[in-house]
Design a protein around this ligand. Structure first.
Ligand SMILES: *[C@@H]1O[C@H](CO)[C@@H](O)[C@H](O)[C@H]1NC(C)=O
Ligand SMILES: *[C@@H]1O[C@H](CO)[C@@H](O)[C@H](O)[C@H]1NC(C)=O
Ligand SMILES: *[C@@H]1O[C@H](CO)[C@@H](O)[C@H](O)[C@H]1NC(C)=O
Ligand SMILES: *[C@@H]1O[C@H](CO)[C@@H](O)[C@H](O)[C@H]1NC(C)=O
Ligand SMILES: *[C@@H]1O[C@H](CO)[C@@H](O)[C@H](O)[C@H]1NC(C)=O
Length: 453
């Protein structure tokens, strides 16, 4: 009886030992894979600047953004859409399991972006049916090395005489050579630089929270037929007089706007390390700068600001947007170019983000192919940083709803409204000053009804 029991025990040991060893090996591999994925997501300790927080495909738990394949080994995904395909190839290059070295610093990101194009050429595509602007975009999509034509003299925009002063807000405004009137209206009104007083909390409190503000206009080059010689000379004089022009040598078209983001981030990373916040927007918006300064001070007083500031972005947030498939539209993106939903993004008419996030966006942009629609591109970089823009109802990139604008203190309850002509901007600024006393305690807009999901 005892012998029989012993024999069974040996059989059990023979059968179970390999199983247990196998289970241990699997557990070990799983732990190593998870660790290596997570190590590439963590923030470098001991440095003030957060490392790019790369989300490898297969790790992202968002059903709302389908352009990142669900599994990193799925190489056949999206072969029929140019952008998705290029990005899949690039994402694989940065996958910490396949190429651990690539996720570390000190290597040439740009060369990886370029390499993915060579794979695309192997597919022998026919781009003939594409609309002209997309055709131009594709032909220059690999380029970011445009030279700077005009720039302020080694300072972070106009508005400071003391470079050691910490800048609260840098206004980075997308403009065009011919939009002189817009720039002038902004300079005289909401875009004034130097020390700008924020709005007082209330009539009794003494605390004044202002901050240093700087300004820069972001421009490409317009076609010469549209632009007279006088326009160009005027721009050079503006640059000399105001020191707020940053111009690059690329064609200033709608599909090239993303270049303004990427090249601005680069310039910012080199010259503006002391800047706390960036406003990036169009030159046909109206901004309530005083309210904005107060709002930003409130953010700086929030608990855990050291953590949240690394991914702070606020604006009018658009969720579950789909590419425009109407072929006459300005925003038309056919399926052969991009497939899937757009990521959650903040409308490009006007958005505010932190200086720390700007530098992280710049690092991330070296791993993300240019996309023709600028605010969507910023959203794509945000997804890969695992950062989420905050929605604020006081950003009205689609103007006031209904008759709200006619209320006497309407403009005191907003941070930004699109779109306003230079003449309107000047008038509104006057009106804002005149009604200062009467509208002093008007709070920022809040959502009246539930947001649409
Ligand atoms: C996806 O979108 C829905 C609706 O817009 C939203 O409620 C949900 O939080 C989003 N999911 C993720 C993971 O972002
Ligand atoms: C990774 O980088 C290290 C040093 O930087 C080098 O010695 C090693 O060969 C690299 N490994 C691969 C797989 O490229
Ligand atoms: C004014 O602000 C102070 C502090 O900022 C606050 O304690 C006080 O309650 C406020 N008064 C009114 C009338 O809101
Ligand atoms: C963007 O600018 C480059 C350089 O000027 C130009 O070659 C390209 O056609 C432009 N792209 C679009 C979409 O206009
Ligand atoms: C746009 O769509 C219409 C109808 O769907 C089609 O007839 C036309 O050829 C398309 N134009 C382009 C440039 O693709």
């Amino acid at each position: 009886m005892a012998q029989c029991y012993c024999r069974w025990r040996n059989v059990l040991i023979c059968l179970c030992t390999p199983c247990i060893i196998l289970a241990l090996v699997i557990a070990y591999i799983y732990a190593m894979v998870t660790l290596s994925m997570h190590s590439s997501r963590s923030v470098r300790p001991g440095s003030t600047l957060a490392a790019p927080f790369f989300v490898a495909s297969g790790l992202l738990k968002s059903e709302n953004f389908s352009s990142i394949p669900e599994t990193f080994w799925d190489t056949h995904a999206n072969k029929n859409s140019i952008w998705n395909y290029l990005q899949t190839v690039t994402d694989r290059q940065f996958n910490p399991i396949l190429h651990l070295n690539n996720t570390k610093k000190k290597f040439k990101h740009e060369s990886f972006l370029k390499e993915s194009f060579s794979e695309l050429n192997g597919l022998h595509r026919n781009y003939k049916g594409l609309p002209l602007q997309l055709h131009y975009f594709l032909r220059s999509m690999h380029r970011r090395d445009y030279t700077t034509v005009l720039q302020p003299d080694r300072v972070c925009g106009a508005g400071g005489n003391d470079d050691t002063e910490q800048v609260l807000l840098l206004l980075a405004i997308k403009s065009k050579e011919s939009n002189f009137k817009n720039r002038q209206a902004i300079r005289q009104t909401w875009g004034q630089v130097g020390w700008v007083a924020g709005e007082r909390r209330n009539s009794t409190s003494e605390d004044e929270n202002g901050g240093y503000v700087r300004r820069i206009f972001l421009l490409g080059k317009e076609e010469h037929e549209k632009l007279g010689i006088a326009d160009y000379e005027l721009l050079q004089m503006e640059s000399l007089y105001y020191g707020d022009i940053l111009q690059w040598d690329f064609k200033d078209t709608f599909f090239n706007l993303t270049l303004k983001d990427v090249l601005f981030w680069k310039w910012f990373s080199q010259l503006c390390s002391q800047t706390l916040f960036v406003f990036k927007g169009d030159d046909d918006v109206f901004v309530n700068t005083q309210k904005m300064i107060r709002y930003l001070h409130d953010q700086l007083r929030a608990p855990q600001v050291k953590e949240t500031i690394k991914e702070f972005m606020v604006g009018e947030v658009i969720t579950t947007a789909v590419p425009d498939r109407v072929n006459k539209s300005k925003y038309y993106i056919p399926e052969v170019f991009y497939k899937g939903l757009y990521p959650t993004y903040a409308g490009g008419g006007g958005v505010v983000y932190s200086g720390l996030l700007t530098q992280r966006l710049y690092d991330m942009s070296k791993r993300v192919h240019l996309f023709p629609i600028d605010d969507v591109y910023v959203g794509m970089c945000m997804v890969r940083l695992n950062a989420h823009p905050i929605h604020h109802p006081a950003f009205l990139t689609f103007d006031f709803p209904g008759k709200e604008e006619q209320q006497p203190c309407a403009y005191h309850s907003i941070l930004l409204v699109h779109k306003r002509s230079p003449e309107q901007v000047v008038k509104l600024w006057d009106q804002l000053k005149r009604t200062q006393e009467q509208c002093r305690d008007v709070p920022l807009r809040v959502l009246r009804q539930k947001p649409k999901l």
